[in-house]
Design a protein around this ligand. Structure first.
Ligand SMILES: *Cc1c(COP(=O)(O)O)cnc(C)c1O
Length: 227
């Protein structure tokens, strides 16, 4: 994809695919939200997506998100920023300041840092716990076996309201069992938000109950540099 991407047209295609996937799954169209993952793409690309009616965006670096999003907020009050990347505890305060949703809560130290930042800032982004469903050592996320205990600790020890779960299945596996496992945990825990599915697999995620799909390259084209 070397051509500059027509972002409005790409968004339309992704929206149509989401609508068809909802239909196949017997789910209402408004049960799935599209999060446009704009990491590495310039603020101008975000502006084009906003002009095409896109309101939710995903970024994986706090620094990059701080440069791109706060300046857009005044003109776009409906804009919602999701932080979807591994989060360092020393970035917790900035993350709480700028994010509407933080999708990558995955360890007690980060839970403590977020709880402290939320108290100091007087602002509470929605929080999702990321689960490393493929148990991949290089990937962020709480291990499957520890997920239920970690959810309890978030609520009981750190006083955090957890909204849902997020996962990124291994690139070389059928993602469906990973999505199904995450949906099962959400059901058992009474959590309503399930962030799962990317450009290559969001239809499969919708079939398994995703409420949020995080789609980057299918909207903005290939990334100019690795995220
Ligand atoms: C980059 C990224 C995405 C989007 O990936 P695409 O394959 O470009 O759609 C989704 N989720 C997370 C956590 C990411 O880091």
């Amino acid at each position: 994809m070397d051509q500059p991407q027509d972002i409005a047209a790409a968004l339309d295609r992704v929206r149509a695919r989401i609508a068809r996937a909802c239909e196949r799954a017997g789910r209402p169209r408004d049960s799935v939200q599209l999060v446009a993952v704009s990491k590495t793409h310039p603020a101008g690309s975000v502006a084009q997506a906003l002009a095409a009616g896109q309101e939710a965006f995903g970024e994986n670096r706090v620094q990059e998100a701080m440069a791109k999003f706060p300046p857009l907020r005044p003109a776009h009050p409906a804009l919602r920023l999701h932080l979807i990347g591994a989060l360092q505890t020393n970035k917790a305060r900035d993350a709480v300041r700028i994010a509407d949703v933080i999708e990558s809560l995955d360890r007690p130290k980060l839970a403590a840092a977020l709880a402290e930042a939320i108290a100091k800032e007087g602002r509470a982004p929605r929080l999702l716990v990321q689960v490393n469903t493929g148990e991949e050592p290089q990937k962020a996320g709480v291990p499957k076996a520890g997920a239920a205990a970690f959810l309890r600790a978030c609520r009981d020890e750190y006083g955090l309201a957890i909204d849902g779960l997020m996962c990124i299945p291994p690139a070389d596996e059928d993602p469906a069992p990973h999505f199904a496992w995450l949906a099962g945990l959400a059901a058992r825990e009474g959590l309503r938000t399930l962030s799962m599915g990317m450009s290559g697999d969001f239809e499969a995620a919708i079939a398994q109950g995703a409420t949020h799909v995080r789609v980057g390259s299918a909207i903005f084209g290939s990334r100019p540099y690795p995220a």
